[in-house]
Design a protein around this ligand. Structure first.
Ligand SMILES: Cc1cc2nc3c(=O)[nH]c(=O)nc-3n(C[C@H](O)[C@H](O)[C@H](O)COP(=O)(O)O)c2cc1C
Length: 474
């Protein structure tokens, strides 16, 4: 059964021993993020619910919700021990069914408290200050912006970091060509403001979807419905005509005026570096209303060096969407796809292929860069044969050591779209990257292939039978 809201998921985590409540007072100013990061650095650190945030009685902050593979599996309603690539495989499977659009309901707890006009104040949210050189407090990390395509009516949910500028304005980093950017361009042409809602605190599947690279025409609501197997219940916004998840914890309603910009950032990013050396002029939300549940829970991600929950979230959603994109291209033989969380699932992908014709593995490598997901910032594709498990680093290194020939197996592509956050690119050049295919497969066309060593089956059977006689326990 999908989770009705964030609270139901937290109950599940608590029952699994995966949630820790912090009762001691913690300052939103750096202390909270530092507790969260240090906890994440400990293998197996639980999700944290800060119940006593300085200056914010009754307003809890949640971090590290999806930092472990186990919690990602639970969020998607799968057994806790599901392997990462199997979670992605099941995601792809669920995507192959029909989309399930959201269901409009008359009311929802997200509007239990409504603050409109002058009463709406962004400093009412317990938004943390995360890293020392950040440009401000971030109200949007585990959040998503809802917008509508004014021509087609498609509703988009997109995660774009959002910084408080003052009581009623929040700067937002919508990177060029992201879906909300496409929507905004249309509003600009029409000479209109874009109505938006920024949401935090919901069924985690919605957040997993809002941070996934789906084709611009598709609504994340419909995809979340397909992944959940049930529609997302939505209510109409108080001041904006947009569908809002009925059980959301916090909702900021407002407008973005195309062309109007204010400084936002820098922000300590998931790359382990600040996003730049200073702030940038960016679009901002003008707040019209803030609504929230009683005893609201503010959900924030951690960022910085891997592996944080941001890496794990992007790891699963980029792995799944790259795999799904490749599947939709109809290329045969793709056995498994893995975007390691340490690369945020996006800079590097390992793909195993059952080769069926000469050039097959190269086709997969080139295709990965051409997909909607891979086109944006994927830099390295490692190709392995289907006997190699991409999630098993020993096996991948084995293939790189004993099957890969650098001159034959390396192909460099000079120019491709990149995230402006990539610290391996000189700051003025950011936005474009080179790419590399590392083909660690045995060439299909070789007539004489290396002969793999296998154990002699008769001797193996005999040895297994006598196993305990050799003094082994099991
Ligand atoms: C925690 C987190 C923060 C993110 N911050 C940004 C951001 O500031 N700007 C951005 O364009 N994408 C950001 N992304 C990536 C986008 O969410 C992702 O590209 C998504 O596909 C955007 O939605 P869209 O495809 O509907 O445009 C972030 C992802 C995560 C998980």
């Amino acid at each position: 059964m999908p989770h009705k809201d964030l609270r139901e998921f937290l109950d599940k985590l608590e029952a699994e021993g995966e949630l820790k409540r912090i009762k001691a007072e913690v300052d939103w100013n750096l202390e909270l993020s530092h507790v969260a990061k240090l906890n994440e650095d400990q293998e197996g650190g639980a999700a944290l619910l800060f119940e006593n945030v300085k200056d914010y009685p009754g307003k809890a902050v949640l971090t590290s919700l999806l930092t472990s593979k186990k919690r990602v599996a639970l969020a998607l309603d799968m057994p806790p021990d599901t392997r990462f690539t199997d979670i992605a495989g099941q995601w792809v499977e669920r995507m192959s069914g029909t989309r399930i659009p959201p269901q409009m309901v008359d009311s929802g707890p997200c509007q239990e408290n409504v603050l409109e006009g002058d009463k709406a104040n962004l400093y009412d949210l317990p938004a943390p200050w995360v890293y020392p050189l950040d440009g401000g407090r971030y109200v949007g990390t585990a959040a998503y912006l809802i917008s509508r395509d004014p021509e087609t009516g498609r509703i988009n949910l997109g995660t774009y970091r959002t910084m408080i500028i003052d009581e009623q304005r929040a700067g937002i980093q919508i990177i060029k060509a992201k879906d909300a950017d496409m929507d905004l361009i249309k509003y600009e042409k029409m000479g209109q403001e874009m109505p938006v809602a920024l949401v935090t605190g919901c069924d985690p599947v919605l957040f997993l979807c809002s941070s996934t690279m789906f084709p611009v025409q598709e609504s994340e609501y419909d995809i979340a419905g397909a992944l959940r197997g049930e529609p997302v219940e939505v209510v109409r916004g108080v001041t904006v005509d947009l569908p809002i998840p009925a059980t959301a914890e916090w909702v900021i309603e407002g407008v973005i005026t195309p062309g109007e910009k204010l400084p936002e950032g820098p922000f300590g990013e998931y790359t382990g570096y600040y996003s730049g050396t200073g702030s940038h002029n960016r679009e901002f939300i003008k707040v019209k209303a803030i609504t929230h549940r009683n005893d609201p829970i503010f959900w924030a991600t951690t960022v910085g060096k891997p592996v944080t929950d941001t890496h794990m979230i992007m790891g699963i959603n980029r792995t799944s969407s790259l795999w799904n994109d490749l599947k939709n291209m109809g290329i045969p033989g793709i056995k498994s796809v893995y975007g390691p969380p340490a690369s945020a699932g996006r800079f590097l992908a390992i793909i195993s292929v059952e080769q069926m014709y000469p050039g097959h593995s190269t086709q997969v490598g080139l295709a990965a860069f051409a997909t909607h997901t891979g086109n944006y910032g994927l830099k390295t594709v490692i190709l392995v044969d289907d006997d190699i498990d991409p999630e098993n680093m020993d096996q991948v290194i084995y293939a790189l050591s004993f099957r890969y020939q650098p001159d034959r197996g390396t192909q460099i592509l000079r120019r491709g779209r990149d995230t402006p956050l990539d610290p391996s690119v000189d700051i003025p050049q950011r936005g474009m990257t080179s790419r590399v295919i590392i083909d660690a497969t045995i060439p299909y066309e070789w007539e004489e292939k290396p002969i793999p060593i296998e154990l002699d089956p008769d001797v193996e059977a005999k040895v297994r039978k006598k196993w305990k006689e050799y003094g082994f326990e099991s």
